[in-house]
Ligand binder design. Structure first.
Ligand code: SF4
Length: 192
């Protein structure tokens, strides 16, 4: 269910509005470092493909961020990174149509190490950081408590669902199996 009109310029705004915490982390990491390591590029790149970013727009998006780094110019970017982006879109290698990662896959594989931004924050981040973020966003205390309880019980997707409800000021129970589902439900609530 791709929304076909997403362009590179829209990602910043959409990330604040509708991205799940895992993708907000990746977006922030990319903005800060002008780089993401392999698993981050994969997790974020496939998510962006899933929200409807075309290959051309994906190349534009990654190139504009990566070339803000001192050691990266357009030519080097084309040489080092455009293949992998085209690969994600099935234009290179096996030409498979790679699908964005589900929550379970993100939660259970490739745990992030130092300097990595991929993974699921409810599973892989310090719980204090999540609490800080919820405070900053003025989530109601009872919602915050619920999120923290779910994290303690290792129910990461339920924690994310409570987070969604607080972030969107809704009591609607959404199914949450996939970061792209978080995005689509958010857009549905915001745009009606
Ligand atoms: Fe992302 Fe899923 Fe974790 Fe939510 S539960 S932060 S959508 S991986």
């Amino acid at each position: 269910k791709a929304n076909s009109a997403v362009t590179a310029d829209m990602i910043n705004g959409l990330s604040k509005q509708s991205f799940p915490p895992c993708m907000q982390n990746l977006h922030r990491g990319l903005k800060e470092e002008h780089h993401l390591k392999h698993w981050g590029r994969l997790q974020y790149g496939l998510f962006l493909k899933g929200i409807g970013l075309s290959l051309e727009e994906a190349l534009r998006f990654w190139k504009s961020e990566f070339t803000k780094a001192a050691d990266m110019d357009g030519e080097k970017f084309d040489r080092q990174h455009s293949y992998n982006i085209r690969y994600n879109y099935g234009k290179e290698g096996k030409r498979a149509d790679y699908t964005p990662f589900s929550c379970i896959k993100i939660i259970t594989t490739n745990a992030p190490g130092v300097g990595h931004y991929h993974g699921c924050p409810f599973r892989h981040s310090d719980a204090d950081l999540i609490e800080q973020k919820m405070n900053k966003m003025s989530f109601p205390k009872d919602k915050q408590t619920k999120v923290m309880e779910y994290i303690k019980g290792s129910h990461y997707q339920l924690a994310c669902r409570e987070y969604f409800k607080a972030a969107h000021k809704t009591e609607e129970e959404i199914d949450l199996m996939h970061p792209n589902q978080y995005y689509e439900e958010s857009q549905r609530l915001i745009n009606g």
